[in-house]
Design a protein around this ligand. Structure first.
Ligand code: ATP
Ligand code: MG
Length: 362
């Protein structure tokens, strides 16, 4: 499988190498390291069993009919493996995968250029697909449904529409916000699949696999501890593994034991529940300045200096899943569990507030 990155791929991928030497830049090294740990087949992809079952059937059926896969929309928080799935699909189908992201498709000609160059069966992966411009999105509708483009050529009076036939392709879209997609776009995906947070045991396996590829000895207990503290997210698990490996190399001659992992993770400020500094800051702000809430999301954003979208898409999903945070019509509430986790005593009167008749989550 050839992975062709489009000219329009995100800037970090296309940045030129450092001018001073031929050494890759730090960012390039990091993205290379992420590439080297990426599973290449569905079999190597750990967890997300339901998703894998669905994809396995779709792949077998498409192969048997010698047709391209149905368009696939993947949604879920960052770092759970959406890009990885797109690349695996291409490998399993034996086709090319062209990787791009919505902000790089601002002008209609960007998407046209990509679409006309796809070969039969190829996969076009569009990251952050909820951010497509309206013109680009409208070009995609007939392309996805009937594999043609209607292009306007010429200006004003002489303008004509020309219909351009495309090869049959598969669009894989990824988004952290399925709700932000327009319904005509969402309806054109034959498969819509959600990625969920990983269990600590699944992350343990991902860490062990990563450690083996990095040729770093690690005990199963240490791998589980890293998994437990990774916010349910493979990207974080692999990042922590690398930091713990550095620590082990410097302090303990290489092997990662439970003691070494725990000491390193404490040093890096990752707590036993996997909350990092930003998570804890968000919760303690709610508790200290707003008696646990409810606090409006805009107020939280202003007070933490983060934007609303980052809070909603990056921080909240895990805090909600872990039961540290609740969404209510009047704002966000830190649960008694969050108070306890951060070492505060929850107020007596907080519980009735959570089960008020307006609470959608009760
Ligand atoms: N199921 C898995 N098994 C093993 N490794 C995984 C798995 N899922 C993801 N990874 C690893 O985690 C890292 C992040 O995955 P990926 O880039 O696919 O996430 P993503 O969902 O596309 O994130 P983003 O939303 O930020 O684009 C990759 O290095 C990948 O190798
Ligand atoms: Mg991605």
């Amino acid at each position: 499988m050839a992975i062709i990155s489009s000219h329009n791929s995100p800037p970090e991928r296309s940045r030129p190498p450092s001018l001073l030497s031929n050494q890759p830049t730090l960012e390039e090294q990091q993205s290379l390291a992420e590439e080297s740990l990426r599973p290449r087949s569905l079999q190597d992809y750990i967890g997300q069993q339901e998703l894998k079952d669905v994809l396995h059937i779709a792949i077998e059926a498409a192969k048997a009919r010698q047709e391209p896969l149905d368009h696939l929309l993947l949604y879920g928080p960052p770092g759970l493996g959406k890009t990885t799935i797109a690349l695996i699909l291409a490998a399993e189908m034996g086709v090319n995968c062209k990787v791009t992201s919505a902000p790089a498709l601002e002008r209609p000609r960007d998407i046209v250029g990509l679409l006309v160059n796809l070969q039969a069966g190829d996969i076009l992966f569009i990251d952050e697909i909820h951010r497509l411009s309206r013109m680009t999105e409208e070009l995609l509708y007939p392309a996805m449904e009937d594999f043609y483009l209607d292009l306007t050529v010429g200006k004003q009076q002489t303008a004509r529409t020309r219909r351009l036939k495309l090869n049959r392709f598969t669009l894989v879209g990824a988004t952290t916000r399925a709700g932000a997609l327009t319904s005509p776009l969402r309806d054109r995906f034959g498969l819509v699949q959600r990625l969920r947070f990983y269990h600590p045991e699944e992350l343990q396996q991902i860490v062990q696999r990563g450690a083996a590829l990095l040729q770093t000895p690690i005990t199963p207990e240490a791998a589980l501890e890293i998994g437990r503290r990774s916010r349910g997210t493979p990207r974080i698990a692999l990042r922590l593994l690398k930091r713990v490996r550095d620590y082990a190399d410097v302090k303990h001659g290489g092997t990662i034991s439970l003691e070494v992992a725990t000491a390193a993770l404490e040093l890096f400020n990752v707590d036993p529940a996997g909350l990092d500094w930003s998570d804890r800051r968000l919760l303690s702000l709610m508790i200290e300045s707003y008696q646990g809430g409810p606090v409006g999301i805009e107020t939280l954003a202003a007070a933490t200096g983060e934007d609303v979208q980052t809070i909603e898409e990056v921080y909240e999903p895990y805090l909600l899943q872990m039961g540290y945070l609740q969404r209510t019509p009047r704002g966000r509430v830190a649960t008694p569990r969050a108070w306890q986790h951060l070492g505060y005593t929850p107020p007596e009167n907080q519980l009735p507030l959570l089960s008020s008749p307006h609470d959608p989550s009760s």
